[in-house]
Ligand binder design. Sequence first.
Ligand code: SF4
Length: 372
Amino acid sequence: SSSVSDLPLKNSSEKTGSKVILKNMNYCELEKWVQSHGYRPGQALMLWKRLYGNNLWALCSDELEGLNKDFRKMLGELAAFKALSLKDVLTASDGTRKVWRSQILFKLEDGSVIETVVIPKSGRNTVCVSSQVGCGMNCQFCFTGRMGLMRNLTVAEIVEQAVFARRLLSSEIGSITNVVFMGMGEPLHNIDNVLKAASIMVDVQGLQFSPNKVTVSTSGLVPQLRRFLHESNCALAVSLNATTDEVRNWIMPINRKYNLALLLGTLREELRTKHKYKVLFEYVMLAGVNDSMDDAKRLVDLVQDIPCKVNLLTFNPHKGSPFKPTSEKKMIEFRNALAEAGCVVLLRPSRGDDQMAACGQLGKPGEIEAPR
Ligand code: SF4
């Protein structure tokens, strides 16, 4: 699997039929396109606000009230407003909170299905978006990893997951403030589209997510991670999950290409020049694999001098998985060892609250777990 990050990938084309997909464009591109059809930049801005602005989220040319009639007609003929078709919304709730998790399933033009998850929490509603159909990274603890990689999602397919989440759920749960790229796929394997989608999400005239509330998670593609840190101000999470190359080579094959020393060395170096920036290390705890007190000690040494937080996560077992979750008691001991050594460490042992276990750990599309 040494070339997992170099797989040839087919991107679906910019156009659907003869129509231009509006959400594949950033604001500059949309403005140019609108002008090339004889309309003013001000009209491009109005369109942009209809697509992404609060309580508008237009998904067809009929939802463009207030726009010039000719402009709407042109858009109706030449532009596609939608990249995703809604397939299902599965909402789970418990007795104490109304909704604790919503899973939105979308069908893509080519028939594949992707999922988006919304996790409400007072003051911080999070949408978890997918970046690929399947994933080529083959992490051993991950359900998506077993599917293999089908294709990258387009910019429009990524952005529209956040648009749909707001459109479907804002009135019920309030504003969705956070985005995590922790659904299906390795986001940095689709870096061009992910960078562009993230830049659209943080646009102040549009979706207005704050850059530090948009988190891209990676299994550790080092060159892409470097590029991400140079080109984006959004937050970065790195799925670490092991403290030796031996274990990481096994559970995350990408480590055979970019080992721990290279990964952490790169972060140490890059974060030196990124003012007030912290990386989030995700550490899924697997019983008997990465949860010993020696692991805790090694972890402290590995992340030393890297401005970071460590997030200890409960493994969410799926059918056929050889791994088991670490007990809560052991997780607390592990957490305490890290905290005593001066690490900023978070532990959320209760599954299904506001956490994502790691990218791709959401389970099988269409299956939703009952809360514990
Ligand atoms: Fe891909 Fe993330 Fe799953 Fe690894 S954990 S296989 S990178 S989706």
